[in-house]
Design a protein around this ligand. Structure first.
Ligand code: MN
Length: 296
């Protein structure tokens, strides 16, 4: 089966920063437990701009930030303040509830290139305590001219230190001047590949940052080829066995849970307080729109 072309849409985060959103899409909600995929930049910004996402709540997911260029400060309601730098991952497990803010360093212009993903937590973990961790170093493997950073999971006899709760894989793959390889993959996982820069042939079909390649499951290898400089992420995982409901920053199961989380955020309950962010807290959208969507 050739790779399926999955469209990317433009979305706005925080204070007017446009990003490319690959997940969720109407016809592609998840890839394994990966349920959200934003590509930010690469861009240069002035002192007054950059990423400014004020305090907002999450439930039922892990936020996974992979920083390629630039620096962003994460602040959360557990009191963590962590600058994430190139080559690092920030992983925040929301469990039953946490709030955080993500801001470029104030008053300083710069460069931003990052990927943010969400990982849906399964029933056994989604009601757990929130936590946060920065991973300053990840395994890097040289593979036939590609430089592979192992973000999540196991590959090339190495294991990423990033702690997740379902079978997942995530890799950042880059080449300076072209490369070709064949990757062995787990046929029980479904996979998708999102180009970030340049062009990559996936089993002979060319993909650029305008679309994500969805590969499905039951493959034991992928042929990857780039003629010139390129960078992409490969994500995969065991198909997630639970139906999730994504609404705003919540990964839930029912509209009632979303309503309760929204009410708690609006009333200042459950999600604690984020200190030190220069950005305004985000207002939750009206949940009646979700109920309308559900009843259609
Ligand atoms: Mn967030």
């Amino acid at each position: 089966m050739p790779p399926e072309r999955s469209a990317i849409r433009s979305a706005e985060v925080g204070d007017g920063l446009h990003v490319r959103r690959a997940l969720p899409q109407r016809d592609r909600r998840m890839v394994g437990a990966w349920c959200f995929l934003d590509h930010l930049g690469p861009l240069d910004f002035e002192a007054a701009h950059g990423l400014r996402v004020g305090p907002h709540p999450h439930i039922g997911l892990q936020t996974f930030t992979w920083m390629i260029e630039g620096e962003v400060v994460h602040r959360d309601s557990l009191g963590n303040e962590q600058t994430i730098r190139p080559g690092q991952v920030n992983l925040m497990s929301a469990g039953r509830g946490i709030s955080h803010a993500e801001d470029s360093i104030e008053g300083r212009g710069g460069r931003l290139h990052a990927v943010q993903l969400w990982i849906a937590l399964d029933e056994a973990h989604r009601h757990g305590a929130p936590s946060f961790r920065n991973y300053p170093e990840l395994p890097v493997i040289e593979c036939d001219g590609f430089r592979v950073t192992l973000l999540v999971g196991e590959a090339f006899d190495q294991t990423s230190p990033v702690e997740v709760f379902s079978p997942l894989i995530g890799m950042d793959i880059a080449t300076m001047d072209g490369a070709r390889t064949q990757l062995s993959i787990d046929p029980s996982f479904e996979y998708a590949l999102l180009p970030l820069i340049g062009s990559v042939e996936v089993d002979g079909d060319a993909f650029t940052p305008e679309a994500m390649a969805y590969l499905g499951a039951e493959r034991d290898r992928i042929e990857l080829r780039s003629e010139s400089a390129a960078r992409f992420v490969l994500i995969g995982g065991a198909p997630f066995g639970e139906d999730v409901l994504l609404w705003w920053n919540f990964v839930a199961r029912t509209p009632e849970e979303v309503q309760a989380a929204t009410d708690d955020w609006n009333a200042g309950r459950r999600f604690g307080e984020v200190h030190g962010s220069p950005s305004h807290p985000l207002a939750a959208p009206d949940v009646s729109k979700l109920r309308l969507r559900q009843s259609r």
